[in-house]
Design a protein. Sequence first.
Length: 346
Amino acid sequence: MKILKSTLVPFLLVCMLCFAKYSSGQTSASKYLDDIGSQFENITADMWDYSAAVAHGKSARKVEKRRKEVLTSISEAKKKVESMSGFEGDKTFRDAVIAYLKLDYNVMNNDYAKIVDMEEVAEQSYDAMEAYLLAQEMATQKLHAANDELNAKQSSFAGAHGITITESKDKTSQKLEAAGLVFKYYNKAYLIFFKSYKQEAYMIDAMNKNDLNALKQNADALAKNSAEGIKKFDSLQPFNGDGSLKTEGIEMMKFYKSEATKDCPVMIAYSVKKENFDKMKKSFDAKSNHSQAEANEFNKSVAELNKANTDYQKVNQDLNNKRNDLLNKWNETVARFLDKQVPKKK
């Protein structure tokens, strides 16, 4: 069963220079701000295309073309700003914009390229997934800090030239900002889910290998993780009134907890009986002649093992059916959540 992975989405925001209202006599300075601000329009549009594409079921590698389009827009904007002269000989603000665009390009080109590579191994463990999400967050924070610094430089320029700045974000910028909150919420819910999802995989692997000690250890860990997951999902607030991830997350955690505490003991009992039977059969087969009592004991063990196997197969089939149903519901819920919260078109 394939799950919808934590979405690699650039919920970083490109720096959006505010459009300005200005007083008479300052039109040249205001136009200078507007000319620089216009260089961010293509970046914003391409960033939204990238974000929307990833949000709706495509991996970061599949939308690599979109990322390169963002890089091209940033590079072209930087060249245009570099070709501009300073305002009245002062290049301070222009150079600050160029420095920001360089950082923006480096984050999208280097940091996010590494994140794309991390996606390949993110599902191998909870720690790898956590590191993958942290790398996204750190890249975002790096640009947010640079964005704040550039906005301060813009305010300083405006103040020096008597310009009153009035924020006026376009619709695409507003959607990018809103999408950032959606992805942050989703990744938080996904990480809660993934911890138990992965722990169950370890438990099933131990069961398939008939590793009794590992099976018990992983079942205990799953019981603990799922119990913690229920509490975390229970404390998760609905997003814009949408509590669907919380609801389905709790259902998944309840399944994992029940599997670990009620169903796994049946599997363990079967493993114990099979282990004991294999030892007994080895000893039984080593002898050429058997007493009636030995034959009766062996036949009794066969019957007990068959009964345990029947119980095991029933529990296992029921678990497989429930697991598939719940994972399908989780995937469908995630898809609906992202479709609802993140528009597909500009």
